[in-house]
Design a protein around this ligand. Structure first.
Ligand code: C5P
Length: 450
């Protein structure tokens, strides 16, 4: 998994810095190419030579290297290292470095590289219990989550101060496992601002009428991990505050061989609009999306994970099926080639016909396996008898709501930025039209009004 991956480990000035030595070894054993950046304070705990000998790379501390020659050659090292990294991990991350990172202070190599990096960044906050619980640290952790940094909750137990409490650096194997998870899930890059890249407000308001009761709320997870994980949504307000919402977006691909697949024209725009609207209503959102979906206008604190085939999406949906709300916007292929060739099929050897088989119906599975209080929203693309077909789907799939699009309308359906939908609930239906963003907001308002 890690073979050939470039990982930069940032080490800051805490007693747990010695554990970073083991972490570097574990990552190397797994095949990663590791570089280390230390803060000046970290060098009081572990020598730069230790990391240089292990990684066989220079260990960076200052932005500006000492000798005149090197300065002219090397002063943009923070940019180069930031580009080189597939993942940047700060372990241990002191309160001071956390504060500098979230406030954009780049007074050393580590903080400058993090600001320059395009890859995901994992922070492992490590400090004494009282420092960890201090309001400034809480606010900085919140900011870090909002900015899209990945956070690993510290462990509780004996601390170097002699006190006990939260603040311990997780064991190197745990951090390694988290790194594997982040590399495997193809997490999107952390970004430096959650809000500046939100879609601009357009003036195309949607029209919708009617309302429904929202399902019973869940209590908030108040564990240390829970606080970190839900930090992004803590700042929001709205009917979905502290609710977990799973959204799927885009087209599945069913490969015949490594270069050919069956798919459809879905771009994932409607799914992204649903994810953003749920986030803006206070939800903690996970978006499962096709690789081609454009995520550049989404808030950084929406967690994203790619899928390829219907089967792959099914596995990932099952993993997150405990969500309070599931919104199946993805255009899932209903069938796939019965077999997939490992190698590209030569033209001369192509079969005259293709044998197809059914893919799992994910929404139907969710409808059968739903937990009490969960809200299920499906989508339907129809070319005729929109309402009738959507109502049938509502029953067949045991969903709460179906958002039906008519594929025949030019300003609705695949790829365009606008939509015209019929939202169908068990007893009500609403016509909504406007930008996909405003339609998404209207749908959620109708479903979760009050
Ligand atoms: O049956 P139909 O494909 O029209 O249903 C559309 C809805 O069902 C969408 O919400 C889509 O995401 C979901 N779906 C699914 N699994 C499939 C096909 C569709 O979850 N195999």
């Amino acid at each position: 998994m890690m073979r050939g991956k470039h990982i930069v480990i940032g080490v800051t000035g805490g007693i747990a810095a010695y554990k970073s030595v083991y972490l570097v070894r574990l990552l190397q054993e797994a095949g990663a190419d590791v570089r280390v950046i230390m803060t000046a304070a970290a060098t009081r705990f572990v020598g730069t030579e230790t990391f240089a000998a292990l990684t066989r790379h220079d260990v960076a501390v200052d932005i500006f290297p000492k000798s005149g020659d090197e300065i002219s050659r090397n002063w943009t090292r923070h940019i180069q290292w930031g580009e080189w990294a597939d993942l940047l991990v700060v372990a241990p991350c002191t309160a001071n470095t956390l504060g500098r990172i979230v406030h954009g202070i780049t007074d050393d190599m580590l903080t400058a590289t993090i600001l320059a990096a395009r890859c995901p960044v994992l922070l492992c906050p490590t400090m004494d219990g009282e420092m960890y619980k201090a309001p400034s640290t809480r606010a900085n952790l919140q900011k870090a989550a909002d900015f899209g940094f990945h956070l690993m909750a510290p462990g509780a137990g004996y601390l170097a101060s002699g006190l006990e409490g939260p603040g311990r650096l997780p064991e190197p194997v745990e951090i390694r496992d988290k790194i594997v998870e982040l590399l495997e899930t193809g997490v999107k890059p952390s970004r430096s601002s959650a809000d500046t890249d939100k879609p601009a407000n357009d003036n195309q308001d949607s029209m919708v009428g009617g309302s429904e009761d929202s399902p019973a709320g869940e209590t908030k997870d108040n564990t240390v991990g829970g606080i970190l994980n839900s930090a992004a949504s803590d700042s929001g307000t709205g009917p979905l505050l502290n609710r977990k919402v799973l959204v799927t977006a885009g087209a599945t691909r069913e490969y015949l061989d490594p270069v050919r697949f069956l798919s459809n024209p879905s771009t994932g725009k409607m799914g992204c609009a649903m994810a953003q609207a749920a986030h803006d209503m206070g939800a903690t959102v996970i978006l499962l999306h096709a690789a081609a979906v454009d995520l550049s206008r989404l808030s950084a604190s929406i967690d994203t994970l790619t899928f390829e085939s219907a089967e792959d999406l099914f596995e990932k949906v099952k993993k997150h099926s405990g969500a309070d709300v599931v919104i199946m916007t993805a255009a899932v292929s209903d069938f796939r080639p019965a077999s997939r060739s490992e190698h590209k099929v030569k033209k001369e050897e192509a079969p005259d016909s293709l044998t197809l088989e059914r893919t799992p119906d994910i929404l139907q599975w969710l409808g059968k396996n739903r937990r009490a209080g969960q809200v299920l929203i499906g989508f339907a693309m129809e070319t005729q008898n929109l309402e009738e077909r959507a109502r049938e789907k509502l029953l067949k799939k045991n969903a709460d709501w179906i958002v039906a699009n008519n594929l025949r309308e030019e300003d609705a359906g695949f790829a365009v930025d606008t939509n015209r939908i019929l939202l169908i609930g068990p007893e009500t239906s609403h016509h909504v039209e406007g930008s996909k963003k405003s339609v998404a907001e209207a749908v959620l308002r109708a479903v979760f009004a009050r």
